[in-house]
Write a protein that binds this ligand. Structure first.
Ligand code: SAM
Length: 217
């Protein structure tokens, strides 16, 4: 990150602290911890929400085979312009993350592998949290996840919103080498009875590696 990136972030925070949610961009260690939740993606799409100056974007770009697998959403025009200049090959969308469904349609994304968010969720209204999460989980396919960082120990997304959408969350990392130190959370759709029924055989009592041999006790 250059001094001009830091300056640009700080300037936007002065103009709109509620939208930015943080005084400074995330550090590289936090960006790596977020991207680690996604892993390498040879196919499929990753969507990043609230990219700021692109600290996490630059790590996510290394996780995909092609730059067009990553869609970067940032609603601040100055930061979106900065992102376009820094990552000319990436798809930078200057739009409210609450329009995620429309953004996905416009970019022909039927199913996103994962969504990585730097949005200031704690500062969003419950209604907005719900709108974003509902659209996000309509896009995340089976095995996909929603990754979010936050500075406090509690879930950054309202438990009421999570319950209503049938989503569970868990802390997966704590990054103390960040300013301020941050927790990484992973959110996933709770498995429904229908899902469990359709996967019944997979978790039955039969041995995972084939039938027991005659000598098995
Ligand atoms: C805490 S900063 C995180 C920036 C970057 N991901 C990082 O880790 O350094 C939050 C970012 O989300 C953006 N943002 C806030 N509300 C948004 C919304 N509704 N839609 C899209 N971006 C939003 C802000 O402009 C800001 O860049």
């Amino acid at each position: 990150m250059t001094d001009s990136h830091l300056g640009a972030f700080l300037l936007q925070w002065i103009k709109s602290p509620q939208e930015m949610g943080s005084l400074v961009p995330s550090g590289g260690t936090l960006a790596n911890a977020m991207a680690r939740q996604v892993g390498m993606r040879e196919n499929g799409t990753i969507i990043e929400l609230g990219a700021g100056t692109g600290v996490i974007t630059s790590v996510l770009l290394k996780a995909v085979s092609r730059a067009d697998q990553l869609i970067v959403v940032e609603n601040n025009p100055n930061l979106a312009g900065l992102l376009r200049g820094t990552f000319p090959d990436a798809q930078i969308v200057e739009r409210d993350a609450a329009k995620l469904g429309v953004i996905a349609r416009e970019h022909n994304v039927g199913e996103a592998c994962d969504i990585v968010s730097g949005l200031p969720f704690l500062l969003l209204t419950r209604k907005k949290q719900y709108a974003i999460l509902k659209q996000a989980f309509a896009l995340i396919g089976s095995g996909g996840t929603f990754v979010q960082f936050t500075y406090g120990p509690k879930t950054p997304i309202s438990p009421k919103v999570l319950n209503r959408l049938g989503i569970t969350g868990r802390r997966v990392a704590f990054v103390w080498r960040n300013m301020p130190p941050a927790f990484v959370w992973r959110f996933e759709k709770r498995r429904t009875a229908a899902f469990e029924a359709s996967h019944e055989g997979v978790l039955s009592d039969s041995p995972a590696h084939g039938a027991p041999s005659p000598s098995s006790a």
